[in-house]
Design a protein around this ligand. Structure first.
Ligand code: C2E
Ligand code: MG
Ligand code: MG
Length: 650
């Protein structure tokens, strides 16, 4: 036997006391067979059980497989159905999307565009491919209010839905279109932000129509330029744009000098023509992208966008002033007008529309104060000055009624005899906190604000009352000259005011003299002549003040019914050394005498001046040498002294 016995058999043999080598006894043999038989039976049993369990398992497996199969079939059916439904709805959506002018868009978690439906191209002409990967449709020129933009950005930052955000942008061809977008944020199962998906629509037609309607309501009906409301709205948009791009821009505020005088003297129709003409000139002068508006009255404003240095701005300001001062012919009459311009820049000179306008206005005011027909930049110091002027103007209102105005009187003497020939009444303002203010501090302000008319009326009246008082006190009151300002001279009530003042004080008209500056006469010679003729007819004396500074034509001078020419102080100050001044002085004297007018030299401060004037035949002199402007009581003393002298001489 080569193969060893199976271990189980070996164990059975051992248990029966057999060794498997020697043949067992009969009993042992039987026992062995029994055990072997039992072992076979147990094996059969095991095999049976195994078979059974195998059978059972495979049955179950078959059941399971069948169930799975059924389920898979069901799923497949469902998927088929769903796919079909989806196709249908996709098709439907695609149809709708392509039918409407709208489009669909998607952005990823970084807010970069990943998809646009073709509607975008159809509606706006923008190729969607150029936008994929970008974060914004409009990189430039978002024409929306700063609030709307801020609101939109806040919603996007909060990953919130947004609705109907409207803005303007530039098409590839340069034209502007307006679109409106709405979007919904997308989140995944873990609530992580995945991007936005939304719709957009083109609103160009309706926006332009609305804008047009709005424009019609926001244009100034006289000049056709944008009006104040529209200007402020545009200014706010410009501020938003400049802020986003970190750019600056400038505001030029232009006010016409002495426009009110022209309006008052030539009539409103002429004033309207002037405003329209100047508005058109300013509009034609600037780039299309610059905004020119009329804020009201004689105020124009230009918004100059894009970076501009001071030199470029100054050049534009100069051009605008030149456009204003180009002569304008109205009804065959040539008018010369000038303007004053104030410039404020964003963001340095103001962060919002109100501050920018206010500061440009302050700068304009400064330009006016410095001789008009010029421009000024806004500065902080200027702001303080403007505030001062505003406060002063408020104080000036009612100053006459409150008794704060006083007249000082400056004597004029006859050069041949040395005798007092007249006085000039010069107004002063006893300001409650600032002390006694000279007319240079407030007359221009009064002129601009129109307060000059009541103030001038008060001056006329006070001068006449003073003459009456001196006369009543037994003094030999001299003729008194009163200065008339442009607006007062142009006012309808001037003649009535003069008549009333004379009557109230029961004065002869030739006790009163009015001084009108040469430049005022030249602003509107024909109209001035009418007024002068009437004053002359009343018997009031007429003097031309500051003569030599206003470029009068000699032919014109001939037609003026004036009694006196007042040679301006600027010529007298150079006498006798300055040859030009000496020549002018002599020419003025010769000319005036040839027209039967007297010459008064203003601002005589030295004996040398007085001697020269006397030598060349000047009639009268006025100046610090003869006497400073003085209060009425002081002049009364002088009158009394003269009276005493005359009495002694008699
Ligand atoms: P104006 O009519 O030419 O008056 C003469 C000015 O020269 C006065 O200044 C006077 O004080 C000043 N003056 C007189 N003599 C001399 C001199 O020897 N040297 C110098 N340096 N100056 C001299 P004021 O009083 O300051 O008046 C200035 C201007 O204000 C006046 O110039 C006049 O145009 C205007 N003004 C004064 N009072 C009135 C008024 O009641 N109504 C109006 N509308 N304007 C007035
Ligand atoms: Mg005067
Ligand atoms: Mg003068």
């Amino acid at each position: 036997m080569t193969e060893p016995l199976h271990p189980l058999l070996t164990r059975q043999l051992r248990r029966l006391g057999l060794d498997g080598v020697e043949a067992p006894a009969a009993a042992g043999w039987l026992a062995l067979l029994e055990r072997v038989s039992q072992a076979y039976s147990a094996g059969d049993q095991d095999r049976y059980l195994l078979l059974r369990s195998q059978e059972q398992t495979s049955g179950e497996m078959a059941d399971l497989y069948a169930a799975l199969q059924a389920e898979r079939d069901l799923l497949e059916t469902r998927v088929r159905e769903r796919t079909a439904a989806l196709r249908l709805s996709e098709g439907r959506l695609a149809n709708l999307v392509s039918l409407s002018a709208d489009w669909i868009w998607e952005q990823d978690a970084n807010l970069r565009f990943t998809y646009f439906s073709d509607g975008l191209r159809i509606a706006t002409g923008i190729d969607p491919a150029t936008l994929i990967g970008r974060r914004r449709v409009a990189t430039d020129e978002i024409d929306a209010t700063p609030e709307a933009i801020a609101n939109h950005l806040a919603l996007v930052k909060a990953r919130a839905p947004f609705r109907d955000f409207s803005y303007g942008l530039r098409r590839p061809d340069g034209s502007v279109c307006y679109i409106r977008v709405s979007g919904e944020p997308i989140f995944d199962a873990e609530n992580r932000f995945q991007g936005y998906r939304g719709v957009g629509s083109d609103e160009t037609q309706s926006t332009l129509a609305a804008r047009h309607a709005q424009q019609l309501a926001s244009l100034d009906s006289l000049t056709g330029l944008p009006n104040r409301n529209m200007f402020i709205a545009e200014l706010e948009l410009a501020i938003g744009r400049a802020r986003r791009k970190g750019e600056s821009f400038a505001l030029c505020f232009i006010d016409l000098d002495r426009f009110k005088t022209i309006n008052d003297s030539l009539g409103h129709a002429a004033g309207d023509v002037l405003l329209t003409t100047i508005g058109a000139r300013l509009r034609g002068l600037l780039r299309d992208s610059d905004l020119v508006a009329r804020l009201g009255g004689d105020e124009f404003v230009a918004l100059l966008e894009g970076p501009a240095d001071a030199a470029a701005l100054s050049a534009v300001a100069r051009k605008m002033l030149a456009a204003v001062s180009d002569p304008t012919v109205i009804d065959g009459r040539t008018l010369w007008l000038t303007g004053s311009c104030g410039i404020a820049r964003f963001p340095d000179d103001g962060e919002d529309a109100a501050a920018l306008l206010k500061n440009a206005d302050a700068a304009m005011y400064q330009a006016k104060g410095e001789g008009k027909n010029t421009f000024r930049y806004y500065t902080a110091a200027l702001a303080a000055q403007a505030a001062h002027a505003f406060a002063l103007e408020a104080d000036l209102r009612g100053a006459a009624e409150r008794g704060e105005l006083v007249l000082h009187y400056q004597p004029k003497i006859d050069l041949a005899t040395g005798r007092l020939r007249g006085v000039e009444a010069l107004v002063r303002w006893q300001h409650p906190t600032r002390g006694l203010l000279p007319p240079g501090d407030f007359i221009a302000l009064a002129e601009e604000s129109g307060l000059i008319v009541p103030i001038g009326r008060w001056v006329l009246d006070a001068a006449c009352r003073q003459l009456r008082a001196w006369g009543d006190a037994g003094l030999d009151a001299p003729r008194c000259a009163v200065n008339l300002s442009a607006r007062q001279f142009g006012s309808e009530s001037l003649l009535d005011d003069v008549r009333d003042s004379l009557r109230h004080s029961a004065l002869a008209a030739d006790m009163l003299e009015v001084e009108i500056t040469e430049s005022l006469l030249m602003a509107n010679p024909e109209r001035a002549n009418l007024t002068l003729d009437e004053l002359h007819a009343l018997g009031v004396h007429i003097a031309i003040d500051d003569f030599g500074t206003g470029y009068s034509s000699l032919a014109y001078l001939k037609r003026i019914p004036a009694h006196t020419v007042k040679l301006d102080r600027s010529f007298v100050s150079g006498l006798p050394a300055d040859r030009d001044d000496a020549a002018i002085t002599q020419a003025v004297i010769a000319l005036s005498h040839s027209l039967s007018m007297q010459v008064v030299a203003e601002g005589v401060e030295t004996d040398a001046q007085l001697d020269f004037l006397r030598r060349v035949g000047c009639d009268q002199a006025q100046g610090y040498l003869i006497g400073r402007p003085m209060p009425a009581e002081q002049l009364a003393k002088r009158l009394r002294a003269i009276g005493n002298l005359l009495e002694q001489a008699a």
